[in-house]
Design a protein around this ligand. Structure first.
Ligand code: HEM
Length: 222
């Protein structure tokens, strides 16, 4: 049962995060006074930005725990699955606004690179759906642990890359608006920093593995 005390773990946490993000989306929807193409585009941007913190937390949970093992990072790692599922749930808002945008007859992306963005984004959703479904034991058990890990690792990196390249594109298209550029710059920095954290954790692991390997060689030759 969902109680106030259970809101900081597992499904309680999932519900709380989806609730907060949805309130933000709904409040922006209310303020935006949805009526046409530009407003739907704005709401698409709002919904992917509301999902971003959830992706960043799920993406960096393991790295943070390896770099700084403590109660907070252990909590993040323990709840990583629910952060990821909350990310998927909040992304449903984007689908709704994409459908509304399509209903206006507007093209989704600028004519030149449109096909490339649509294919790339659809691959993102395919991976997201596969990761969501296989987060449940019933489906997870049908895959080998190696295949499961490969799917989830590829998927999360792929979605992270979509964010990483979308923000510089946003900077390019809003280059005349300094506030927008600063906002995009900040989002890009946060997204990039998440990747750097993973790189640092990987570097730490590799160093430990290398040191162990070197110790074994020294012991063997003693
Ligand atoms: C996992 C899948 C996806 C991710 C992570 C993702 C992420 C993003 C991001 C980061 C932005 C830029 C937000 C901003 O400017 O602040 C964006 C915008 C957008 N996305 Fe997606 N997206 C995904 C799937 C899709 C799909 C499948 C479509 C449609 C085929 C789509 C259509 C759009 C549109 C129309 C925009 C707004 C462009 C504009 O500003 O005019 N996205 N998405």
């Amino acid at each position: 049962m969902l109680t106030v005390a259970s809101l900081n773990e597992r499904w309680g946490l999932f519900s709380l995060l989806v609730f907060i993000a949805s309130i933000v989306v709904l409040a922006c929807w209310f303020i935006t006074n949805l009526s046409g193409e530009q407003e739907y585009r704005h709401m698409i941007r709002v919904s992917v930005r509301c999902s971003l913190p959830l992706l960043i937390l799920a993406f960096t949970a393991s790295a943070l725990n390896r770099l700084w093992p403590c109660e907070a990072s252990a909590w993040l790692l323990r709840n990583r699955k629910y952060l990821g599922l909350a990310f998927s749930a909040v992304m449903l808002w984007q689908i709704l606004f994409i459908v509304l945008l399509i209903s206006t007859g507007a093209s989704l992306f600028p004519p030149g690179p449109a096909a490339m963005f649509i294919v790339s984004d659809l691959i993102g959703y395919t991976l997201l759906l596969s990761m969501t479904v296989t987060s449940f034991e019933m489906f997870r058990n049908r895959m080998s642990p190696v295949a499961w890990k490969r799917l989830h690792r590829t998927g999360i990196y792929y979605i992270w890359v979509i964010y990483l390249y979308s923000f510089p594109i946003g900077i390019y298209f809003s280059r005349d608006n300094h506030m927008e550029v600063a906002g995009y710059g900040f989002l890009f920095f946060i997204t990039l920093a998440a990747g750097i954290l993973r790189l640092l954790a990987w570097g730490k692991d590799s160093k430990i593995t290398f040191n162990k390997w070197a110790d074994n060689i020294v012991k063997a030759t003693d």
